[in-house]
Every structure is written in C-alpha cells, then in structure tokens.
Design a protein around this ligand. Structure first.
Ligand code: NAP
Length: 435
C-alpha cells in the first residue's frame, strides 16, 4: 500500500488525488489536508462569486473526496500543526498543492498606503476568506485604479462595477455585497504597462464587460495597433483584442447613459502611489512597447483615486528548508520533484498560470513522475500514523462529513437565490459543524 499526503484541497490537490487513484487503484490511500475547515481552495476563495458555473467543478472533487481510498481532513495547518518532515515520516509521498496565495509585491513608493490592496486580499475579502474578511475597503472614492491586465484585474473591475441586482445567484458574501451597495465608485481605471496585444485577459471574461447593466468599457481607439497586425496573434488573444476593438467602437452617447466607466489605460506603468496616509492618486509613466517590451518614455501623469487594487500576479509561500525559486515565486522542482518523496503540483509547481482545468494535466504529469520514483510502499504508517499524531497533539480535525454539515448550514442561511452564505470565520465554521 502506498500512502500519499496532499497538502492543499484546491483544484491541483484534487486532480492529483484523482490521478493517483487512476495510477495505483486500490493500492493507494490518499489524505488531502487543508488549513481551513472547508475544502476547494481557489474554487471557494479565488474564483469570482458571480462565476458559479466555474465553481460547479467542486462536485467532481466531492466525488473524489468521498471515494474509498481518499480522505479530506480540514483545519490542520501543515507547517504549523504538523511539520512537512513529520508528514514525510508518515507517508511515502507528500505533495505540495498549496497554490500561490500571496500577492506578487508591488514595489513602487506608496504601495503601503491605506486603501491600497493586493488582489489576494481584495478577492479574499469579497469571497469571504477568513484571513481577509475584515479588510473593510473604503469604496467611497469616485475612482478606483486596478493595476494589471490579467483575468484577476477583470474580476476585480467587474465586481466593483456591478449593481447589487447583478449579484443575484452569486455567493458574494454579505459584508462585500453591503459595501458594494454603498459604493460610490464610478470610474475604474485598469492600468496596463504594455499594449492591447500584450493583455493576459481571456475572451469570455473580457466580453463580460460589455454585458454589464450600468457600466461600459472604454478603450481609446488610438491605443489599438493596426487591425491587420491581429492576424499574428494566437486565436484566444486575437478574440480578446477583437473585444477591445468593439469597446473602442462604443459611441460616446452609450457611455453617457452609463453610471460607471471602466477605462483601459494602456502603455501606463504605475510609478508611485501618493497620499497622506491613505491613497489619493497614482502617478503613471507612459511607456512604449517594442518587441513586446515596455520602456518608460519619461512622460508622467496623475490619476486621482480613492482606492488601488494591484492585480499583478501571485506567488507561493516558501517553507523553511524547502528549495524555493524566489524569482518565480514557486517551489524549485524538477517536473514536480522538490526532494525525494516530496513533490509539488499546480500553481505551487508552475506558478499562477492557466485556468482551473490546466491543473488536471499538470497533476497527471507529476503523478507519472511519482510513479517512476515510487515502485512500492515502504511500510510507512500513512493515515493511521497521522491520526495517532493528531490525537496526541489534540488537533481539532474537520472531516468531509463535517464539511457537508458546514455546507448545509451555509446553504440554509443563504439569501434568496444564492447558493450559500459563507461563514467567514474559522470558529463559526467549526461551530456550524458541531451545531
Ligand atoms: P496574470 O494573468 O499573470 O496578469 C498579471 C498582469 O499584471 C499582467 O498584465 C502583467 O503585465 C501585470 N503586471 C505584472 N507585474 C506588474 C508590475 N510590476 N506593474 C504593472 N503591471 C504588472 O495574473 P492574474 O490576473 O493574477 O491571473 C492569475 C491566473 O489566474 C491566470 O492564469 C489567470 O488566467 C487565472 N484566472 C482565470 C480566471 C478565469 O478564467 N475566469 C479568473 C481569474 C484568474 P505584463 O504582462 O506586462 O507582465
């Protein structure tokens, strides 16, 4: 019997469990751990609350969690409650599926001012992640600046732009919905340091901006390259650029009818955030892009604003003693092999890229490498050893059945039409299990 511990119950963790079941059938037991009492990682805390169809993939993970040789254990922080070294003593393989929960640092002056947030915090706030539920952003300013032109920037801009009615059917948490109802933000500026041909936004997500009730996306036609140049783009990016072209063609009369504008500011590199204790403006340098590389022109301008959300990518949390690639912000690994018996998958392996589905082939690939290394189990105790250790330490573990009780309690307290009202506090989650 092979014993595998997976640290992290997000998409990469569950796809790894699924791949391990395919690889070893009945000859493997898999334990998936999460520091929160609730599973699914990014599906619960990262995917936008108005993208419920993407969240539906959790049903597939549930089937894995409920299968015979797989077990979910929540409310145990590996690295705090139980060390990696201890897990390695208990299991034949330990797989880090810990994602990339930290923001890539925005290193410009003023980045530490109040009401400047990284996307991990801001997204965590509207998604009810316990670490960020108390963020309390001030949405009373008229302009918000969103830095970066990836899908997270799109999520943040869209959430800020929506009317309360547009959140029907979503699982946005009550504290965020209340704050957004009172929001006075009427202009959202998305800053991209490069041009329309270098955006990281995918077509479906970008197209959603044209469907908003009270907001319209605005692109300056002068920023667009010659239409003929789009032919050389890969098809997805070409479609996204087609959306930008259609935004540029929106007549001024339409913008005038809308309450909120979403401005795409290309060739715009933020160089400082100004304010007296709290953000009041962003200073931006115009760039020129040559062969895909942005260089500053020396021309600067100022965008007065009351809030900044930096959506410039994520990085993994290093763990003392484990090789870490600081520059890339992920574990240093050879095709997922960190050290003998220790692996990484998903964003912890390749950095924050791709869609949820990208993690499936990624996990299969790493499980294939594991299969090359692990021919037979080595007699380690696996789950029984973990349970003994947890008991000795008095850990308050949360089982998948407990999670189903928490899930039912969240569904029971949901507002009309919403799938759930999440608990945003770990103790509340645990109490819901006990209740
Ligand atoms: P991303 O796609 O890597 O985009 C990051 C953006 O930030 C880029 O435009 C980048 O510009 C910019 N940037 C980076 N460093 C910067 C700096 N110092 N100053 C100014 N701009 C900077 O990252 P993301 O948006 O966080 O998304 C992470 C992953 O999650 C992606 O794979 C994304 O597709 C995925 N995701 C998917 C969905 C969905 O499918 N619905 C939703 C959310 C997220 P440069 O290109 O110039 O570096």
């Amino acid at each position: 019997m092979l014993h595998i511990a997976i640290v992290g119950s997000g998409p990469a963790g569950f796809y790894t469990a699924e791949a391990a079941q395919k690889q070893w059938g009945d000859d493997v037991t898999i334990d998936i751990f999460d520091m929160l009492p609730v599973p699914y990682g990014l599906i619960r805390s990262g995917v936008a609350p108005d993208h419920q169809s993407i969240k539906a993939v959790a049903r597939r993970y549930e089937a894995t969690a409920c299968s015979d040789n797989c077990r979910f254990t929540g409310n145990v922080a590996i690295g705090r409650d139980v060390s990696i070294a201890e897990l390695q003593e208990l299991y034949d393989a330990v797989v880090m599926a810990t994602g990339a929960p930290n923001d890539k640092a925005l290193t410009i002056p003023g980045a530490g001012l109040a009401n400047v947030f990284g996307s991990a915090a801001f997204v965590g706030w509207y998604n009810g992640h316990p670490a960020f539920a108390g963020l309390d952003p001030d949405l009373s300013g008229e302009t918000a600046v969103v830095i970066g032109m990836g899908n997270v920037a799109l999520d943040v801009a869209r959430i800020l732009a929506k009317t309360p009615a547009e959140f029907a059917g979503s699982d946005i948490v009550a504290h965020a919905l209340d704050a957004l109802k009172a929001s006075r933000i009427r202009r959202i500026v998305i800053l991209g340091r490069r041009g329309p041909h270098q955006i990281m936004m995918t077509p479906k997500e970008l197209g959603e901006l044209a469907q908003l009730e009270r907001a319209s996306p605005r692109v300056d036609p002068r920023d667009l390259p010659d239409a003929g140049d789009d032919a050389m783009l890969e098809p997805g990016l070409r479609k996204s650029v087609t959306h930008l072209r259609s935004f540029a063609a929106i007549p001024a009369s339409h913008h005038a009818d809308m309450d909120v504008e979403i401005d795409f500011d290309f060739f715009a590199s933020p160089c400082a955030i100004r304010g007296d204790g709290k953000v009041e403006s962003v200073e931006v340098e115009r760039t020129e892009v040559t062969a895909g590389r942005a260089t500053g022109t020396g021309e600067t301008y100022t965008i007065p604003c009351g809030m900044v959300v930096s959506c410039i990518g994520y990085q993994s949390s290093p763990i003392a003693g484990l090789p870490f690639d600081e520059r890339a912000g992920r574990f240093a690994s050879d095709e997922g092999r960190i050290l003998p018996g220790l692996y990484c998958v998903g964003w912890a392996r390749r950095g924050p890229s791709g869609t949820i589905g990208t993690n499936r082939p990624d996990s299969i690939h790493v499980v294939e490498r594991m299969a090359e290394d692990l021919k037979n189990g080595s007699g380690k105790p696996g789950r029984a050893g973990f349970d003994e250790l947890a008991k000795r330490r008095g850990l308050k573990l949360v089982t998948f059945d407990d999670w189903k009780q928490i899930e039912a309690a969240e569904a029971a307290r949901a507002r009309d039409g919403a799938p759930r009202e999440k608990f945003v506090d770990v103790d509340e989650m645990i109490a819901a299990r006990e209740g």
